[in-house]
Design a protein around this ligand. Structure first.
Ligand SMILES: [Zn+2]
Length: 461
């Protein structure tokens, strides 16, 4: 195992193809056997005329993985199947010990067996992410296990749309499990023949990672990288993005907690847009802007407020997910989250003391664009003093620590969002049933829509 993600994925793919537990077990005869297996897959293409024909899977993949290789030379059309097979076998043969260059492998430091270049070393596999060889150099020296790992990594990748997509993690158990299932899928795809599968939806690769993470049964101890690459002559591409360990582990945890699992459909629904399904957008945001997951969920809840329903039903379902996300992913302090929930309890007592919707409307307005939350608290602080407060609640509505979170903290905006949500939740819990005129309710709906749309501002922070 080396520091190169592609080599690591390849090493686990070798183990999966060989049917052994760990890359360490791929030695001697086992290594020779698994390289022969891969070579036989490539040899399976020699009678195929075009990549789109049955049996052409690896010929098709070769343009993206191994351009200008012995599998797809310009003269391929003029070669007979036996000639094609001979060239492929020469390419993949283990070099004779007598011809080894006497230098260490660039990846692992063992004795290299030959010099290799772009055909065998895909973009992203080299240390500097460059796979071109400077003029006058013979290439990169590699040992046979390392070059075999590079030949094997495509089995551990999803090959579609002219790209190879891989999941990589420094969590070896996770990587082993994911690579094994990807290898199974690749072998199935290769055997199935050409298919005009449905066009993948938006963020399909991010969604692929999200689903893999959610289905995994053990704790994930390291982030999960999504690497998308192409080695083709037409397009050289290498893009890496990471799903951080906290969000990966949180996504995985959903199935382990009944209350989180029960709220997941509501979370997914809260992430969708007109163009992008909810789970795909959740995956995308988890990779690029994890804080947006909460912003969009709360914005969505506010958007559900209608003249008929002032407290949307999703509120209760989302609560366990949003609070745990704030703590576990956004690392908002436990004590501070509790502080906001307690403040929300006091506000709910104040706003829901009778069935008039007016005080609730004023709170939503104070949280809308251009609203004055600071001023609102100043006037409500007086109400709170005069109000018959529930037992055990402090006489001060907004203690200094709460004030700091909402108005002076670098994440003020997130705390305010959370407060709005927690107030809705507390009112739902109290079973508050407001009574008012159609006009009053319509006004609240419009204010809530305006408050919900504030998410872009939050996304900037
Ligand atoms: Zn090596």
């Amino acid at each position: 195992m080396t520091a190169s993600p592609l080599q690591r994925v390849g090493a686990f793919a070798l183990a999966a193809l060989a049917g052994v537990g760990r890359p360490d077990d791929v030695t001697g005869e086992v290594l020779a056997g698994v390289v022969e297996k891969m070579t036989s897959h490539l040899v399976g293409t020699v009678k195929v005329a075009k990549a789109a024909d049955l049996g052409g899977f690896w010929l098709g993949a070769s343009y993206l993985l191994w351009p200008n290789s012995k599998l797809n030379p310009t003269a391929r059309g003029k070669q007979s199947p036996p000639e094609r097979e001979k060239l492929i076998r020469e390419w993949r043969a283990r070099p004779d010990l007598a011809g080894w260059p006497g230098v260490p492998c660039a990846y692992c430091g063992r004795a290299a067996c030959d010099w290799y270049g772009k055909v065998d070393i895909p973009l992203g596999a080299s240390v500097a992410h460059r796979n071109t060889t400077a003029p006058g150099h013979e290439g990169t020296p590699l040992c046979y296990p390392c070059v075999a790992s590079l030949w094997a990594f495509p089995y551990g990748a999803s090959l579609s749309g002219g790209r190879a997509a891989l999941m990589h993690s420094w969590d070896d158990d996770f990587l082993a499990r994911m690579t094994r299932s990807t290898v199974d899928q690749t072998l199935q795809d290769a055997a199935a023949g050409p298919s005009k599968g449905a066009k993948p939806g938006p963020y399909a690769r991010e969604l692929w990672v999200l689903r893999a993470v959610r289905a995994y049964s053990r704790r994930i101890t390291s982030g999960v990288e999504l690497i998308v690459l192409s080695n083709s002559n037409k397009e050289q591409l290498l893009a890496t993005q990471e799903l951080g360990q906290p969000v990966a582990e949180w996504l995985r945890s959903i199935n382990r907690w009944p209350d989180r699992r029960a709220g997941y459909p509501a979370l997914v629904a809260a992430q969708q847009s007109k163009q992008v399904p909810g789970e795909a957008f959740l995956a995308k945001r988890a990779f690029t802007r994890p804080a947006q997951v909460v912003d969009f969920a709360i914005g969505h809840v506010l958007g559900q407020i209608s003249p008929k329903v002032l407290i949307p039903a999703e509120t209760t379902a989302l609560a366990p997910l949003l609070y745990s996300y704030c703590r576990e992913v956004l690392t908002m302090d436990d004590k501070d989250v509790e502080r906001i929930k307690e403040l929300a309890g006091r506000l709910a007592a104040l706003l829901g003391q009778d069935s008039r919707p007016g005080p609730f409307r004023d709170f939503i307005r104070a949280n809308s664009k251009g609203g004055n939350l600071h001023g609102w608290f100043r006037s409500k602080g007086v109400d709170w003093l005069l109000f018959p407060r529930p037992n055990g609640t402090p006489p001060v509505l907004l203690p200094i620590q709460d004030y700091r979170l909402l108005f002076e903290d670098e994440r003020s905006w997130s705390w305010r969002r959370l407060l709005v949500f927690a107030v809705l939740e507390a009112l739902a819990e109290a079973g508050w049933e407001p009574k008012g005129s159609q006009e009053e309710f319509q006004e609240i709906k419009e204010l809530a829509d305006a408050a919900g749309e504030g998410q872009e501002e939050g996304a900037e922070q």
